[in-house]
Design a protein around this ligand. Sequence first.
Ligand code: PRT
Length: 109
Amino acid sequence: MTRSITASATLDALYATILTRKDADPASSWTAQLLAKGPEKCAEKFGEEAIEAIIEAVKDDKAALTSEAADVLYHLLVMLAARDVPLSDVMEVLAKRQSTSGIAEKASR
Ligand SMILES: N=c1c2ncn([C@@H]3O[C@H](COP(=O)(O)OP(=O)(O)OP(=O)(O)O)[C@@H](O)[C@H]3O)c2ncn1[C@@H]1O[C@H](COP(=O)(O)O)[C@@H](O)[C@H]1O
């Protein structure tokens, strides 16, 4: 329980930082540079990072996968920010799904 609260707080804090970078000087911030390139570039970077994580998962390199997973989460948040999708909306969708099994959810589509 403590771990999930910590994870959520970390993601919330990171997303808040990313939002501040929308108005930041690209010279001073990697996030601002990425956001300045547009939502399509942010999506492309997310895809690249996801593929890097997949590679480490297939290799079963746990340390590398942990690091790549952090990159994936960061780039997911940047992609959401680029398209003005609040992280809280994503969390709400996840929370609503918590009482439904994946099999039941798929059958309901
Ligand atoms: N979590 C991250 C984070 N994870 C990865 N990255 C950056 O994402 C970039 C990904 O780079 P790549 O691996 O694709 O390497 P690259 O050299 O850029 O590759 P190419 O673009 O050349 O393909 C690197 O520059 C990393 O530093 C991050 N940059 C920032 N954050 C967080 O965002 C906060 C704000 O960062 P700034 O906006 O830079 O102040 C930081 O305090 C961190 O908490």
